[in-house]
Design a binder for this molecule. Structure first.
Ligand code: HEC
Ligand code: HEC
Ligand code: HEC
Ligand code: HEC
Ligand code: HEC
Ligand code: HEC
Ligand code: HEC
Ligand code: HEC
Ligand code: HEC
Ligand code: HEC
Ligand code: HEC
Length: 488
């Protein structure tokens, strides 16, 4: 029993000294001497993750940690470097953190691309210019007393990193030295958002600067590879918002990305890379990411769909919706899964949006208008389709119908206009546009039919004349043969 008691610890000590390629901390003369000198650095270092990994002061500063001779220990010929700033400081860290083999020798499986990512980032480009204000590893992690990033006391932990980024980004005087046009209100806005409010209350799961921007490889939003570039942003939000188990405790839906990617906006943005289509932040804001309040929803949609919003604001629905606290556009179009609008939305059938509120019993005057609008819209569609068919037919028959084709374009224009003017929810305005289209369609149909009739007329004419010519030719031939026979 007695032998067993000390064999365990001894084996542990033995395996530690054999397996560890790093020098033992006990032999760190740098630390010993500096501890005797006092100051905050040695004390900080004892709490450092590097100290725990048995790395000496010389791991970063170089020099000879095995001698207590100050001059020898801190001899530049032994690779000693003193306190460094900017890129020179980062390079101290990169000696290990960009060297996979070296990191493995400490038994670490950490990724090893931080320096490379930082150099390629917007912050790295700054330090590349050699400014003393550059962002280095030390800026975010500190130099002594570095702790694991998941340690709540780390300057880059979710609750602290907001302060860290804002130490520069909310400092107008500092930021002006680099880019006077860059906003410095991110923190201020962030604090008003659901994310920011939760973060301030200690919720580490709510998005903070790094969740959206990344950490080492932060890029300008305009960069196609940036996590906040409009095309990539929905996926960035989705890392949390589409993760049902991550979001479980909040009890909100986790279908925003799925729905958005199916929507007319999502298809335009994600598949066609149409920069005019909204990503999540166009509706929710960048840093004030909160659901757009009821009052602001039409403002958001209206920044792009200007006419629709204007017409809506002058419509009878404006007051009615305000009174009921209904969102203006979302009530009929939804939010994340907005689809191409169509006449199916109009009318009083189950499928229509109007039918949700208007019936023969409730809001009846709107009911009649909705039904009328649908029938007008359907008529225009039918007339347009019929006119289009006739124009196609006439064209296939080789008839000259340029004018009818222009007319058809006007019909289409009227139909598109009717889809917008719907938002006035005013029968006479709608009727005026639709009837213009219907009249135009009728005249196009008329023109195209005439062209087709003309074609048949010509074809009959051609047939008759060909027949006559053939008869004449045959007669002529017979005549010639007869003359020839006579001559013989
Ligand atoms: C993880 C790397 C790292 C380790 C390990 C490390 N240092 Fe440093 N040290 C730095 C960097 C980077 C700087 C310069 C940046 C700064 O001052 O914040 C620096 C600066 C210093 C300075 C100069 C401070 C000044 O104000 O000019 C002293 C002194 C120093 N270190 C001593 C030590 C001692 C002693 C140890 C061991 C107990 C140690 N360092 C361990 C990275 C390290
Ligand atoms: C015998 C004592 C002693 C030993 C051993 C020693 N130092 Fe120092 N070190 C000092 C003193 C004293 C100073 C401050 C004197 C000065 O400012 O030049 C100093 C200054 C420093 C500085 C700041 C100076 C600068 O150039 O930025 C760093 C960094 C440093 N030591 C790191 C180390 C490292 C790393 C080791 C081990 C390889 C080490 N020291 C070993 C006593 C020691
Ligand atoms: C702008 C601030 C910032 C700078 C500059 C920075 N880091 Fe980080 N670092 C972070 C944050 C935040 C994390 C937390 C993990 C994450 O989200 O990537 C982190 C994580 C880490 C980790 C843990 C492993 C990992 O990659 O997640 C290491 C190691 C690390 N950083 C080293 C470095 C080194 C080395 C440098 C300099 C080349 C550096 N960092 C520069 C903010 C920074
Ligand atoms: C001598 C090699 C070496 C140098 C130089 C070095 N590190 Fe480290 N670093 C390590 C090792 C080893 C670990 C611990 C890895 C582990 O436990 O998995 C580590 C851990 C870290 C961590 C904690 C990562 C985590 O798990 O959350 C950070 C942050 C970090 N280092 C930053 C720095 C910074 C900043 C510098 C430069 C000022 C630096 N390191 C210099 C080897 C080094
Ligand atoms: C030491 C100061 C400093 C710190 C700390 C810092 N930044 Fe920066 N950041 C800058 C400067 C300076 C710029 C460059 C402005 C420019 O030239 O456009 C910049 C640029 C940026 C940009 C690009 C802005 C653009 O032009 O579109 C983003 C995004 C950014 N930082 C996010 C962060 C985040 C997130 C953090 C925290 C993890 C952070 N920064 C920490 C100084 C800092
Ligand atoms: C919920 C995601 C999210 C969070 C959290 C977030 N950002 Fe942003 N950030 C964005 C988006 C999106 C943009 C703008 C992209 C664009 O212009 O299209 C942006 C833009 C920026 C810019 C460029 C200037 C500007 O304001 O447009 C800086 C700098 C910046 N963010 C810093 C920060 C800082 C610092 C924090 C933390 C306080 C932070 N961000 C938190 C998503 C976020
Ligand atoms: C790091 C994870 C994470 C990321 C990334 C993230 N969020 Fe969040 N978000 C949360 C959490 C957690 C909440 C809190 C949920 C709650 O309180 O209902 C939240 C809340 C919200 C809310 C308020 C929901 C409500 O009504 O309560 C909106 C809106 C939102 N996020 C939008 C976004 C957008 C847009 C993006 C991308 C630009 C984004 N989020 C990125 C985690 C994240
Ligand atoms: C066209 C504008 C628009 C776009 C784009 C958009 N949202 Fe929304 N979002 C809304 C509206 C409107 C609401 C509902 C607010 C309310 O009901 O109070 C909402 C609600 C939310 C909520 C609260 C929970 C819920 O589902 O009601 C979250 C979280 C959210 N959106 C995240 C996202 C994310 C993530 C994206 C991108 C994938 C996104 N949104 C894209 C307009 C938009
Ligand atoms: C950033 C600008 C922008 C914002 C904000 C925006 N949209 Fe759109 N929207 C577009 C673009 C661009 C298209 C066309 C996409 C396509 O078809 O390629 C579109 C298409 C649509 C369509 C389909 C049009 C059709 O022809 O049937 C509807 C409906 C729609 N948006 C409603 C909304 C609503 C409701 C909101 C607010 C909740 C909104 N949009 C916010 C840009 C925006
Ligand atoms: C009461 C229901 C209703 C409301 C509220 C509503 N719409 Fe519409 N929206 C429709 C109908 C119906 C159509 C046309 C369908 C058709 O005939 O193709 C339409 C068509 C559209 C179109 C495609 C036609 C075009 O103009 O390009 C867009 C975009 C649109 N709406 C945006 C909005 C916006 C923005 C708001 C808020 C200001 C809004 N809608 C409010 C019912 C509504
Ligand atoms: C969310 C419920 C709701 C939806 C959906 C809705 N309406 Fe209304 N509408 C109302 C309310 C409430 C009024 C005001 C009460 C009234 O006048 O009947 C109103 C009024 C009207 C009016 C004015 C009636 C008058 O007396 O002048 C018209 C026209 C109208 N709606 C047409 C439509 C059409 C067309 C649709 C479908 C595209 C539609 N509404 C969808 C709730 C709705």
């Amino acid at each position: 029993m007695k032998t067993r008691a000390w064999i365990g610890p001894m084996l542990v000590a033995l395996s530690l000294s054999l397996c560890s390629a790093a020098p033992a901390v006990a032999a760190d003369e740098c630390l010993k001497c500096h501890e005797s000198l006092g100051g905050s650095i040695p004390a900080l270092f004892r709490r450092d993750v590097h100290f725990a990994a048995r790395i000496s002061c010389s791991g970063c500063h170089g020099g000879d940690s095995s001698t207590d001779d100050m001059a020898k220990a801190m001899d530049t010929s032994a690779g000693f470097v003193g306190g460094s700033k900017g890129d020179a400081a980062s390079m101290m860290c990169a000696r290990c953190h960009s060297d996979a083999e070296r990191m493995r020798s400490y038994g670490s499986k950490l990724p090893v691309q931080q320096w490379e990512s930082l150099q390629a980032s917007v912050h790295g480009k700054l330090s590349g210019s050699g400014g003393g204000n550059a962002v280095s590893c030390v800026t975010c992690h500190g130099a002594h007393g570095i702790v694991r990033v998941d340690n709540p006391s780390s300057p880059v932990s979710p609750l602290n990193v907001v302060k860290k980024c804002s130490s520069c980004h909310a400092n107008a005087a500092y930021m002006r030295m680099f880019n006077p046009s860059l906003a410095v209100d991110q923190l201020e806005k962030y604090r008003t958002s659901v994310h920011g409010v939760r973060n301030a209350k200690g919720d580490v799961k709510a998005a903070q600067c790094v969740s959206c921007h990344g950490s080492h490889g932060i890029l300008k939003a305009a960069d196609a590879k940036s996590r906040v570039n409009p095309v990539n942003l929905p996926a960035t939000c989705a890392t949390c918002h589409s993760d049902a188990s991550y979001m479980k405790e909040y009890g909100i839906p986790t279908d925003q990305y799925d729905k958005f990617s199916r929507s007319v906006h999502g298809v335009a943005l994600l598949q066609k890379h149409d920069a005019g289509a909204p990503a999540c932040n166009r509706c929710h804001g960048n840093h004030g990411a909160a659901p757009p309040g009821v009052a602001s929803i039409s403002n958001v949609c209206g920044t792009c769909h200007v006419l629709n919003a204007e017409l809506f604001a002058g419509s009878p629905h404006k007051k009615a919706f305000d009174e009921q606290g209904l969102p203006e556009c979302e009530t009929c179009h939804g939010n994340h899964e907005i689809v191409t609008a169509g006449t199916w939305m109009l009318g009083v059938s189950d499928q229509s949006t109007c039918g949700n509120c208007h019936s023969a019993d409730a809001n009846a005057s709107g009911f009649n208008v909705a039904r009328m609008m649908r029938s007008l819209a359907d008529s225009l569609l039918d007339m347009e389709a019929a006119a289009g068919k006739l124009v196609d037919e006439a064209e296939q028959k080789g008839m000259e119908i340029t004018e009818a084709k222009f007319g058809l374009r006007d019909v289409r224009q009227a139909r598109l206009q009717s889809r917008t003017v719907v938002h006035a929810f005013d029968e006479s305005k709608f009727r005026a546009v639709v009837e213009k289209g219907i009249t135009q369609a009728a005249s196009v149909s008329h023109e195209a039919s005439e062209a087709i009739d003309e074609f048949y007329f010509r074809r009959i004419g051609l047939g008759v004349s060909t027949f006559i010519i053939t008869i004449l030719a045959v007669c002529l031939w017979l005549l010639i043969r007869r003359i020839e026979a006579r001559a013989k």
